[in-house]
Write a protein that binds this ligand. Sequence first.
Ligand SMILES: [Zn+2]
Length: 179
Amino acid sequence: MIFLAGGHLVIFSDEVVGKMTRFVAPPESNLEAGGILLGCHRGPHVEILDCTVPMRQDRRSRFGFVRRDPGHQRAALAAWQTSGRTVNFVGEWHTHPEEVPTPSGVDRNTWANEMARRRSDPLVFVIAGSAAVYCGLGYEGRLTKMNVVATTPGGTPRALISGSKGPRATTGAAAEGQE
Ligand SMILES: [Zn+2]
């Protein structure tokens, strides 16, 4: 999948899309899921090559995901080292129990904190729903919603493109957050 906003492209590998997709379908979709995004900054663009998935010490609930397991940070460090210092933390993802996800107030606060900690490079913030993906670009303190410009049908499961029926959101009061 490829997203565009303001001259920035964000490119997701099929592998990453596949990993996230598993968590927006039953039985995993009963609880929110999430992880970090690992990839490279290429000028103004971001290429996302891998992501982590929920680990044992994370907190998953119907309307929340809290990333607590130190394994996510370890995965980022391992990727950095094994890639010759090219692959790094470039953002985070989580799921929402709604078809077309929108960021909650908690999401926006969490992302604002991440942006304040890492001012130099654009960060990618993803929410996967059962029928669509929200992708936001955080750069220079501003969050910009990105638009899908391409999908890779060979490797992108339908649930992340369109048309799949999933559980509807029953509340807008998601209570997720990050450590
Ligand atoms: Zn959320």
